[in-house]
Write a protein that binds this ligand. Structure first.
Ligand SMILES: [Zn+2]
Length: 276
């Protein structure tokens, strides 16, 4: 039996122009005065007969330390607010549900943004799988410019690149099976970042897409509205369409990281309903 546990590592506020791309794209994020409500930062623990798989590691409470974020970076100065305590980090929360983070065999990062990679220090013994593309663009000074925090990764961090196979999985042209049973599969979902990936869990006749930041909410997915962070609007929409196509063929529960309704949909097994 497979169980998916939601883990909420605090909350984040961003500008409404980030969540839902407005005219002006990323620039608009800096002049927009409107903040979103406090949004959850979800990651997920999949209890699987072949071992626990953690998808994303959430945020760290260290973000409240002065200069945790690069002081010179306009995005961190002007366009984001965080709220979480150390007890809300992923390690203590896994402990509460009986999972020792030191013994988790596999961790997947949907992408390297700080609110997905902030809890890496809880997993020193895990195989941490990521997309190769994401490793390359997140490193060094240019990585920092793009909003990644490579200097905050643990020293021991040695991510393993996923080698996607040209084996289609529903509407996805490439895939990588994480389990021998073939019921937990990684698929490329570029858009929000060029190397973004998602994890699909198939159980009891349903597919659960642990979607990272492919869109901020299910509503925005259905409306085919990409965010302002995506470097390529076209790529983001292609991924949205691939997910919608998948959901037409398979009953699918869509679980992005910052959708306040993700956990309700997980509990109620509520599938994506697209307009015909
Ligand atoms: Zn992100």
């Amino acid at each position: 039996m497979i169980r998916i546990h939601p883990i909420q590592t605090g909350c984040v506020q961003v500008k409404t122009a980030q969540q839902r791309r407005k005219i002006g794209g990323l620039l608009r994020v800096f002049i927009d005065r409107e903040w979103t409500e406090w949004l959850p930062i979800y990651c997920w623990a999949i209890e699987h007969p072949e071992g626990v798989i953690v998808v994303d590691t959430g945020e760290t409470a260290r973000t409240s330390e002065p200069n945790y974020f690069p002081y010179w970076h306009p995005y961190y100065r002007l366009a984001i607010r965080m709220s979480l305590s150390s007890e809300q980090e992923i390690g203590p929360q896994l402990h509460k549900i009986g999972i020792d983070s030191q013994q988790v065999p596999t961790v997947i990062l949907t992408h390297f943004h700080h609110d997905h990679a902030g809890g890496l220090h809880h997993f020193p013994n895990s195989n941490i799988l990521v997309s190769w593309n994401e490793i390359m663009i997140a490193q060094g000074f240019f990585g920092k410019l793009r909003g990644y925090l490579p200097h905050r990764w643990p020293e021991w961090f040695a991510p393993i690149p996923i080698e996607f196979k040209t084996v289609s999985f529903g509407s996805f042209g490439r895939s990588y099976a994480l389990t021998e049973a073939g019921d937990v599969v990684v698929v490329p979902t570029p858009g929000h970042t060029p190397g973004h990936i998602s994890v699909v869990v198939k159980t009891e006749g349903l597919s659960y897409i642990l979607a990272g930041d492919t869109s901020y909410t299910e509503e925005l997915l259905i409306k085919r509205e990409p965010d302002a962070v995506s470097p390529s609007r076209k790529t983001a929409i292609q991924t949205i369409d691939t997910i919608l196509q998948y959901a037409q063929e398979e009953p699918t529960v869509y679980l992005p990281s910052h959708d306040p309704k993700s956990v309700e949909r997980l509990k109620n097994k509520q599938t994506i309903k697209c307009a015909p």
